[in-house]
Design a protein. Structure first.
Length: 128
């Protein structure tokens, strides 16, 4: 199971970071960033297969692909923003992490406008 590989990598990296943080804090931060990137790359294939599965079902039910792709992009932005913010927090930059989260939220709101507009159009058309 891949979770054991991920946990092993995380535990080894954490122990290295704890040991190196006192003597070489710059190397400890680099190990943290590289470990996060490796874990992200390890799970990327799993995410791609889930997206492909959802894509197949969306085509079967004739869902408008514009809305479906927008929803997938929104979910992706949320995960990437959270990942980036956590990397900043790991590096001790909480203020930058907050700005990354804010940017992610603003981008999500902007991307959701077409979906919200369509929903409002449906609601308005149903009203007498």
């Amino acid at each position: 199971m891949e979770i054991f590989q991920i946990m092993g990598l995380a535990i080894i990296s954490t122990l290295l970071i704890i040991v190196l943080k006192v003597q070489k804090p710059e190397i400890a931060i680099q190990i943290s960033l590289v470990t996060g990137a490796i874990i992200f790359l390890m799970i990327l294939g799993k995410v791609a297969s889930v997206v492909e599965l959802f894509n197949t079902y969306a085509k079967q039910i004739n869902l408008d692909m514009v809305y479906f792709s927008t929803l997938l992009k929104i979910v992706g932005i949320a995960y990437i923003a959270e990942f980036g913010a956590e990397l900043c927090r790991d590096a001790g930059e909480g203020a930058i992490a907050s700005k990354v989260e804010l940017a992610g939220k603003v981008i999500i709101v902007v991307m959701a406008i077409p979906i919200v507009t369509s929903l409002l159009d449906v609601v308005i058309s149903m009203m007498p």
